[in-house]
Design a protein around this ligand. Structure first.
Ligand SMILES: [Zn+2]
Length: 431
């Protein structure tokens, strides 16, 4: 055996398990394995999960915070202005350098599947070219998809339509859109039709920014769902942000859940950024800026999470950690019931796998690729409470990230005590 992982706790199962890996594939999962591995890894009863997935990101702007200037107001609109200035003198090399750093951070935090946007309204397609290069460079470590994202709109300038098609020809994986950012409602609808036409012509999936606003009149999600049904694109469409859903009336929301489910549209929420940039036109009470995750899940709509940004013109914080995004998501969405918390891990694991139609090659089961994350926690809830980075990350049976836990000491009246932070957070019942 190439690798044997011992004493692994698995989601939804009691006790610990040993995993035997050979040829990059999980061959066996059992209570106790006699076989030895060329490499042995003791999980010490910690939770072992498949890698995290980030379904919505902007790798072209990541880590550009403060360049060319800081966002003084912290608003979305100032962020767009700063990015417009940055884009005028952006180079492929510079994007490449930041993207490489960002992917390393994500790997260290357990992400191995990433859907990033590339801004196609940059006339030379420098963001797209740089990100396609990074995708190729990192292909042994991470599965990256690049979405052609028309940041400044599709209908706002006829050249943007050419740029979008050009970017698909250059190799973008998915077609993006931003209908709420177009000049009029009618242009928004046309932009959705344009994106679908393009996706169908080139056989691509749709991955849009849809209704990222607090305007309760912004209702493009229904158009996206209707187009998915009419064009038989069920299961091939994701709608990112959809924050306006937090402002819709309940009767309209109930209609929307039905058509989203029927259309097989995945809703991708980005709680870290949207809790900071939505509600900016409100005094008090202030809206939360998130789609109705709890209700969508209850209605059987697929929901996944994105980090969206890390230290860029829009979001000044973050470290590429999907556990942080989930931590914020369960707070904003009040997913704090016991089952809700434990199941919330689906939002960064199995639900995105479903959206990307990767289920058959994703999960800690015999016959699937040995892509694993060993957390420093015994359960999903402990992992969320602690937010510790993974101890190990495994890709196709090889350890690609290894972390040595740091030492924390309490110097008290009876001397120096070495603290086991995980042990201190154990509650009476195994949570
Ligand atoms: Zn975005």
């Amino acid at each position: 055996m190439q690798l044997v992982v011992r004493n692994a706790r698995l989601r939804g199962r009691s006790g610990t398990f040993d995993l035997a890996v050979d040829g990059g594939i999980i061959r066996k999962v059992s209570k106790s394995l006699a076989q030895r591995g060329e490499e042995e890894l003791d999980a010490h009863g910690n939770l072992v999960v498949p890698p995290f997935m980030d379904m919505h990101f902007h790798l072209d702007s990541a880590l550009a915070y403060g360049d060319p200037r800081f966002n003084k107001s912290g608003t979305l609109l100032e962020g767009i202005e700063i990015w417009a200035d940055k884009k005028r003198k952006i180079s492929e090399d510079e994007i490449h350098g930041r993207a490489v750093k960002m992917l390393k951070l994500m790997l260290a935090n357990g992400t191995q599947v990433l859907r990033t946007n590339a801004d196609t309204t940059e006339p030379k397609q420098r963001p797209l070219r740089a990100l396609l290069g990074v995708k190729e460079e990192f292909k042994d470590l991470m599965d990256v998809q690049v979405t052609a994202f028309p940041q400044d709109g599709i209908m706002t300038d006829p050249r943007n339509q050419e740029f979008l098609e050009k970017s698909v020809e250059l190799g973008a994986d998915n077609v993006g859109m931003i209908p709420h950012h177009e000049f009029t409602r009618e242009d928004g609808v046309r932009s959705i039709e344009f994106a679908f036409d393009l996706a169908q012509k080139y056989g691509k999936d749709i991955d849009g920014h849809v209704d990222e606003t607090d305007d309760d009149q912004s209702r493009f999600l229904e158009v996206v769902a209707a187009q998915s049904i009419k064009r038989h694109y069920e299961g091939r469409v994701t709608a990112g942000h959809a924050t306006a859903m937090g402002s819709y009336n309940d009767a309209y929301a109930a209609k929307l859940y039905r058509i989203l489910r029927r259309a097989g549209v995945t809703i991708v929420v980005n709680p870290l950024i949207n809790i900071t940039i939505q509600g900016r036109f409100d005094s008090y009470p202030k809206r939360r800026g998130m789609a109705r995750v709890k209700e969508l899940l209850e209605w059987g709509v697929n929901v996944a999470l994105g980090h969206d940004c890390v230290m860029d013109p829009w979001y000044p914080l973050g470290k590429g950690d999907m556990m942080q995004a989930l931590f914020m998501g369960v707070h904003v969405g009040q997913l704090t019931g016991y089952r809700e918390l434990a199941n919330s891990f689906d939002l960064i694991t199995t639900n995105p796998a479903k959206a990307l139609r990767m289920e058959r090659r994703y999960g800690v089961e015999a016959g699937k690729p040995a892509n694993l994350v060993v957390l420093e926690a015994k359960s999903e809830i402990q992992a969320l409470a602690r937010l510790a980075p993974p101890l190990y990350v495994v890709r196709r049976g090889k350890v690609i990230v290894r972390r040595t836990p740091s030492v924390t000491e309490l110097i008290g009246p009876r001397g120096t005590e070495r603290l086991d932070l995980e042990e201190l957070m154990q509650t009476g019942k195994a949570s």
